[in-house]
Design a protein around this ligand. Structure first.
Ligand SMILES: Cc1ncc(COP(=O)(O)O)c(C=O)c1O
Length: 432
């Protein structure tokens, strides 16, 4: 077996080169050295196909990150590629709007319960920010309540510990609440009486909604004239063809989608009630690349496939089987410090280690050992329909061996000795 220094030599070299000209050497926080330990992890991918990724050192991985959930149908899907290539011959970004925009919007209206109208953009943040601007325009109020992660713009990120550069005035308008906590929601609403424009929330992350929780959220926001927006960046096209709103049977006023919508092509969408989306021209939501046709061609294929219900059923099946097998194969001792939670298509590792340094070491050691065994994973399983039984078994084997090492490290107090890198320390936490 090569040493880790040999295994990741090209990644480490590329990091030094890229960091000279690119802050963080990555365009995406969660793809950077803030998440992957330098010297014990791949830092640059060469290519991906199906559910496999190859790093620039030539190492192969079963990929559970799936481009941070942006890929649900597997990388390099042939039907999507062909549709994109056909569209490419007609042009990528044209001087006028293109009919494909309405074709894709119609499919979304058919699929998503709250969607009466649709506008497209590139990043998820574009769509969540549009939801907030729309809600403010619709209600004439300024304050917003957030629950989960909603992107990098001032109105949201100012409410986290990563708030440098966000004016205090903007920060004071956003109130973060924990999931499953009706009391916290009511407390903000009464403190900010008559001033709350929107509640934007991820309808589920690691914890299942308590019985009646989402229904109560819907009832309260409606009674208070607050726009309810579901941020379905991850739940969309994973939980059900119509997203978490279909899955849980609770219909918001607005919803944002992205990621799996175009299976890795850059496309997001803000959808919702006609009376609110009708305000679009007046809030000036507009972008040069909003109608870029390649991503829309990809989305058309994705949506037709999603409409059959087959992909979401398969994601739940694969994710559920993977979890069952991991549970059966992992060492009993690992249950003391690690459990798994969430919907099978988006499973979270849940750590229960109090001491922050021990926690950082244990998490990083698991990462180091999983990566060494050819499994690309952060703290979630974002499976894709491309997983085969062999891929699932590969991940299961890697977990069994890696968790045995972490368990021993914890039992003997030797976590630090087993690490071949600096532990990754969390910079901020956005999901409770
Ligand atoms: C729930 C949620 N909302 C919004 C975003 C922001 O999307 P983007 O990074 O495409 O701007 C993300 C990205 O991870 C997300 O998970």
């Amino acid at each position: 077996m090569p040493t880790l220094a040999e295994r990741y030599a090209a990644s480490v070299e590329q990091l030094a080169r890229a960091e000279r000209v690119i802050p963080l050497a990555s365009q995406t926080f969660s793809k950077s050295r803030t998440q992957y330990p330098v010297g014990a992890a791949p830092l640059f991918a060469q290519r991906s196909l199906g559910c496999h990724t190859w790093d620039i050192d030539g190492n192969e991985y079963v990929d559970l990150v799936s481009s941070l959930g942006a890929v649900a149908l597997g990388y390099g899907d042939e039907e999507i590629n062909e549709a994109v290539i056909r569209q490419l011959r007609d042009g990528v970004t044209l001087s006028l709007a293109h009919p494909i925009e309405a074709e894709v919007a119609e499919r979304i209206v058919d699929l998503i319960p709250c969607a009466e109208m649709v506008r497209f953009a590139k990043n998820g943040t574009d769509a969540t920010s549009a939801a907030i601007r729309l809600a403010r325009a619709h209600t004439g109020r300024e304050h917003v309540i957030v629950c989960g992660y909603h992107g990098w713009q001032d109105w949201y990120i100012g409410s986290t510990s990563m708030n440098r550069g966000v004016p205090e005035r903007t920060r004071s308008l956003t109130h973060a609440i924990p999931f499953n906590d009706i009391y916290a929601l009511n407390a903000v609403i009464s403190e900010m009486e008559g001033q709350v424009a929107a509640l934007i929330m991820e309808p589920m992350t690691s914890a299942w909604p308590k019985e009646g929780y989402l229904e109560e959220v819907r009832r309260i926001t409606e009674a208070q004239g607050i726009v309810l927006a579901f941020d379905e960046m991850l739940t969309g096209f994973r939980f059900a063809p119509g997203g978490a709103q279909e899955y849980f049977g609770v219909t918001p006023d607005l919803a944002s989608f992205g990621k799996a919508l175009a299976n890795g092509f850059p496309l997001s969408a803000i959808v919702g009630k006609r009376e609110i989306l009708d305000l679009m021209p007046s809030i000036f939501f507009s972008g040069t690349f909003g109608g870029e046709t390649l991503s829309l061609a990809a989305a058309k294929v994705v949506l037709d496939r999603m409409a059959t219900g087959e992909p979401t059923a398969r994601l739940a099946d694969i994710g559920g089987t993977l979890l069952e097998k991991v549970e059966a194969a992992r060492p009993a001792a690992s249950r003391d410090f690690l459990s798994f939670s969430g919907h099978p298509s988006w499973v979270f590792q849940q750590w229960s280690i109090e001491d922050p340094e021990t926690l950082a070491q244990a998490k990083t050691l698991l990462l180091q050992e999983m990566l060494r065994r050819g499994v690309l994973v952060l703290n979630t399983h974002d499976v894709t329909t491309a997983f085969t039984d062999t891929d699932v078994d590969h991940v299961v084997g890697a977990y069994a061996e890696s968790l045995a090492i972490v368990s021993e490290g914890i039992a003997h107090g030797t976590l630090a000795d087993r690490l071949e890198c600096e532990p990754i320390r969390p910079l901020f936490r956005v999901r409770s």
